[in-house]
Design a protein around this ligand. Structure first.
Ligand code: KIV
Ligand code: ZN
Length: 506
């Protein structure tokens, strides 16, 4: 399958839409990032638009490597073309990109010119650009864009005949912009296919889709499969109005559809973040692939699927493994009233608080209830409920004190339904001895599991804290999980037993 050719327009169409277009140093910095991304062509600017942009284009052409096409925009007038050649003609592979509308509406109401005049102007401009740029660089190329190509439904035959002449005049790349996205992708692609069928095979067909209706990526992807090779994309979808086709979306969508994409996909996220900072255009929360929310799951069903497939290449609720674009943040599980037990389990375990699924199930309704009022809960808010509902269970038993004397001699003081009890026990360590003392007090319970964790200092206040988890066999043979924390490890164990007792005798 032919490889797509990524023609980056961040520094031109993206730049011209900014509230403060980039200055030389900023353009230089971004240009280097684009080279690292390994785009095949960079449209460095519109030299005739300002002295600053002329100088920037000149400087980026100096910095260019030997393989990247360096392009500059020029209206179909000689002075613009001269300016483009002067600024980038010395690059290894310079390209003069000239354009003119051939849309009936635009020719009539904006240019106020006859179609024949526009066709002649475009053909002459391309011929002039070709002749002039080839004089100084034999590797130079000429690209022609039919501005408002998407509006050329009724005069497509005229456009095609003009393009044939334009290619004869020297344009090796024909760009077909959807300058304003007005129709469904298929309608636009039908026009593109007509041009592809009519022009010589060696002419490169390019797409430049604006995103007015939010379908630019779809149109570009389908346009590629219809035969267009050059894809004009802009980082973060910057560009006039609702922007241009988003670079990341196109690169990843092609990759996901089995196309060998010749850019460094793993640089996409880093570059997107830089462009956002430098353009002062925030990446919106829900932006596909690169948005902060693009990896967030809040519904219980989605969380369950996401967690079950999180280490797999293919994820239940994500289009890619985020590392593909160099994103190193994991899928984010946020708890709201729409979330479920799996989220509680995942959030607390990830935060270093071991919780079992039965405990997560137990506290989920309490967390949901709080979330119904507050929305997404922060970890601290979930922990507060966790401490209250899991660690601080009040019930029939209250531990007063215990003493672990020598030779496993254990003295326990507690109340049961307000009545004070003082008992002794012995056993292999404080845990065994405590259970023995409880048996002697008339509360025999069997231990089926025990584990102690060290919680991070900062998680539990100052100093290291132990968390004990014990499983006692309940009245009907069921497992009851007791859990407690304390800086004293023996105390954490005894408190965990009382935590379980309070669940059994409630
Ligand atoms: O949107 C457009 O038509 C353009 C051309 C100059 C290519 O940006
Ligand atoms: Zn454009």
């Amino acid at each position: 399958m032919r490889q797509p050719f990524f023609y980056d327009i961040t520094l031109r169409d993206g730049n011209q839409s900014l509230k403060k277009p980039w200055q030389l140093k900023e353009k230089q910095f971004i240009f280097n990032k684009l080279l690292e991304l390994n785009v095949q062509a960079v449209e460095v600017g519109f030299p005739a638009s300002s002295h600053m942009d002329f100088e920037a284009c000149k400087s980026l052409a100096d910095m260019a490597d030997n393989k990247t096409v360096i392009s500059a925009l020029a209206r179909a007038v000689r002075s613009d073309i001269d300016s483009a050649i002067k600024s980038i003609g010395h690059a290894k592979i310079p390209r003069v990109h000239t354009f003119l509308t051939l849309s009936p509406f635009h020719m009539k109401y904006v240019l106020n010119k006859e179609p024949s005049y526009c066709a002649k102007t475009a053909i002459e401009a391309v011929g002039y650009a070709y002749e002039q740029v080839k004089k100084i660089n034999k590797d130079a190329q000429v690209q022609f864009s039919v501005e408002h190509f998407g509006d050329c439904i009724e005069n497509i035959d005229f456009v095609i005949e003009t393009l044939k002449e334009i290619t004869k005049a020297g344009a090796s790349v024909i760009n077909l912009p959807n300058t304003v996205e007005r129709t469904r992708p298929k309608t636009f692609i039908n026009l593109v296919e007509k041009v592809i069928d009519a022009l010589d095979e060696d002419i490169i067909i390019s797409l430049h889709n604006h995103n007015d209706l939010g379908m630019a990526t779809a149109t570009t992807i389908e346009g590629y499969f219809a035969g267009a090779t050059q894809l004009e994309c802009c980082l973060n979808g910057l560009g006039e109005r609702a922007g241009n086709t988003d670079f990341a979306q196109v690169a990843v969508a092609l990759h996901n559809n089995g196309v060998k994409v010749p850019v460094n996909l793993d640089k996409i996220y880093e570059t997107a973040v830089i462009i956002s900072q430098m353009s002062k255009v925030q990446i919106y929360e829900k932006a596909p692939l690169i948005g902060p929310e693009a990896l967030a799951h809040r519904s219980g069903i989605h969380q369950d699927g996401a967690i079950k497939t999180k280490d797999m290449e293919f994820g239940a609720y994500r289009p890619i493994n985020p590392s593909l674009i160099g994103r190193d943040d994991d899928e984010k599980i946020g708890f709201t009233s729409q979330s479920g037990k799996t989220a509680i389990f995942e959030i607390l375990n990830n935060a270093g608080y071991p919780i079992t699924m039965p405990e997560a199930i137990r506290i989920t309704p309490h967390v949901k209830e709080v979330s119904e009022q507050k929305g997404e809960l922060a970890l601290d808010e979930i922990l507060e409920i966790y401490f209250r509902e899991v660690l601080d269970i009040k019930g029939a038993f209250e531990l007063i004190s215990f003493k672990h004397l020598e030779e496993d001699n254990f003295a326990l003081e507690f109340t049961f339904r307000g009545e004070k009890k003082e008992v002794k026990g012995c056993g292999n360590g404080p845990l065994d001895a405590c259970l023995d003392a409880l048996k002697n007090a008339g509360f025999p319970r069997k231990l089926s599991h025990y584990k102690q964790y060290a919680l991070d200092e900062d998680k539990m206040g100052s100093g290291a804290t132990a968390m004990s988890v014990i499983h006692l066999v309940g009245k009907n043979g069921e497992e009851i999980i007791g859990r407690a924390t304390d800086k004293n490890t023996a105390k954490a164990n005894v408190k965990a037993i009382f935590n379980a007792l309070n669940q059994i005798y409630n």
